[in-house]
Write a protein that binds this ligand. Structure first.
Ligand SMILES: Nc1ncnc2c1ncn2[C@@H]1O[C@H](COP(=O)(O)OP(=O)(O)OP(=O)(O)O)[C@@H](O)[C@H]1O
Ligand SMILES: [Mg+2]
Length: 250
């Protein structure tokens, strides 16, 4: 993926098996979010291919990517802050609903029944995670505490019933206790959906450590290491990437 003269992602090949968790780490500006943007059709890659379940989805529009079973959260919140917590989750369901505007006019019964089913499913999702999202379901999303906003982003992504969930720094703005609860939420989610695959971008090694099997490190748009967490952490290139950035930032 190039942006003018900047190569944001260079020859990065990644794959994930059904039911696996892959953690993507790397310093600021490494290209991690760009990777999600390429996979989800936000950016059209300059070259390369994205395949999902054997089908090519390169440069497909975002709604089609969601429809095929890939849902994501964003690094900075994309919630509808004036809408209620519940409505934000219901919006996440729209690719899985059947009735539309015309049905609301001409088949009001069918629309109402589908809406009631959506509310019920949304409430179930809001009860799943840690934190009291369900109790806060009628509040505008913008009034939630930071950690609850992050949780709501995940609940909304799950509303589209994804096969692959992409989480872009889900622990941002969370303290250690909240981060531990996030890890517990992801563990529970996977136990309940053994086929769900998860790619998570993380700076917080507490989270990465909890899903240590598959870790990939990206630096300056290139993959510099992959393996389990212990191997990646011990890799001199990874240490240099982080140390270099830490020194540069200081
Ligand atoms: N739309 C864009 N136009 C131009 N440059 C972009 C665009 N999106 C990303 N970039 C550049 O691509 C590079 C990778 O950015 P990206 O956001 O993917 O990094 P990141 O690894 O997610 O970093 P962070 O950890 O800070 O979130 C950066 O140099 C960034 O400025
Ligand atoms: Mg990013």
């Amino acid at each position: 993926m190039r942006f003018g003269g900047l190569v944001a992602l260079n020859d990065v090949s990644l794959s994930i098996d059904k039911g696996a968790v892959l953690a993507v780490i790397g310093p600021n500006g490494a290209g991690k979010s760009t990777l999600f943007n390429v996979v989800t059709g936000v950016y059209r890659p300059t070259s390369g291919r994205v395949t999902f379940n054997g089908a090519e989805i390169t440069s497909r529009p975002s709604y089609e990517v969601v429809d095929r079973g890939i849902a994501r959260t964003f690094q900075s919140s994309r919630l509808f802050s004036d809408l209620s917590v519940l409505d934000n989750v219901i919006i996440g369901m729209h690719t899985r609903t059947k009735t539309g505007v015309l049905d609301a006019l001409f088949r009001p019964g069918a629309s109402r029944r589908e809406m009631a089913a959506c509310v019920e499913k949304a409430e179930i999702l809001l009860k799943l995670g840690s934190g009291g999202l369900f109790e806060q379901r009628y509040r505008p999303a913008g009034t939630l505490a930071q950690a609850d906003r992050r949780r709501l982003e995940i609940a909304r992504a799950l509303a589209s019933q994804p096969k692959l969930l992409l989480l872009d720094e889900p622990s941002v703005g969370m303290d250690d206790t909240e981060t531990d609860a996030l890890v517990a939420d992801i563990v529970r989610l996977r136990a309940e959906n053994p086929e769900l695959s998860v790619i998570l971008i993380e700076h917080d090694m507490r989270v990465v450590e909890a899903f240590p099997q598959h870790v990939t490190c990206i630096d300056y748009g290139s993959k510099i290491a992959e393996g389990d967490f212990a191997a990646v952490r011990a890799d001199p290139r990874v240490q240099e990437a982080y140390l270099g950035k830490a020194v540069a930032d200081a």
